[in-house]
Ligand binder design. Sequence first.
Ligand code: HEC
Length: 263
Amino acid sequence: MSYAPDHRAPRRAAFDILRGLTGRAGAGCLVAAVGLLAAGCSVKGADNANLIAGKKEFVAKCGSCHTLARAETKGIVGPNLDAAFRASVAEGLERGTVRGVVEGQIANPNKAGVMPKDLVSGSTLRDIAAYVAQVADLPGKDSGLLATAVEAPGAGKPAVESGGKLSIAASPSGQLAYVTDKAAAKPGAVTIEMPNTSGVSHNIAIESGEHGASGSGTVLGASEFLTKGSAKVTISLKAGTYTFFCQAPGHRAAGMYGTLVVK
Ligand code: HEC
């Protein structure tokens, strides 16, 4: 696909136009907002955008396609948003201006591109844009209430097989993760179910051994892909350690895997 060169030219132009139109007026406001956030006492961005809601919605609606370090999202379908705004932020372009560019992109994505139109609107759109503008290419980690706005991926209770069934849900938040990264089963035939309510396409596959984010290449069984519903795969397992993971491009590398112990 050739969307990158096509969309970059107009986007640069948008920056230049915005740069010309906006003075430095927004800068103080943003510095104040960042200062308050660092102190953990405010979650309101400039003009009261709700950054906590913005972060949650970003993870749910945008993170499966975009990497943004502070949101801990690792999608690879669209551009890395830290990198996308790095030059602009380094050149001293106000983050308020970045926010305008993000709002514009959400409202009017490249028609020939992959990014869906009308993903979000209204206050959700503003909250997401405010959050992205505030944290793009910002070193460190979110603090205070923003730090806990989104559950850590894979931190849920381990999944345990019962009666030959093992349920490992995809993260409902849209994160590239299952709700847990640990599962246990007895030897024999096991039906692994992956309930998915996220709207992001996932599956669940099994390989023997513990291979983390990279994989051994030998897949013992894999479910179908779906965006909503419950995917299933039945396999016969001997005692040992296995890895369960999602086969959608980039999802395993982003952290969508876990360890299944059979004994
Ligand atoms: C299905 C994948 C997908 C989703 C979901 C998605 N995007 Fe995108 N996004 C892309 C792609 C691909 C591009 C590259 C340009 C194009 O195709 O329009 C892009 C471009 C962008 C850009 C421009 C970056 C640059 O380099 O100029 C921004 C900003 C952006 N997206 C923000 C968002 C936000 C915020 C959301 C959530 C509301 C979102 N995207 C959801 C795929 C996605």
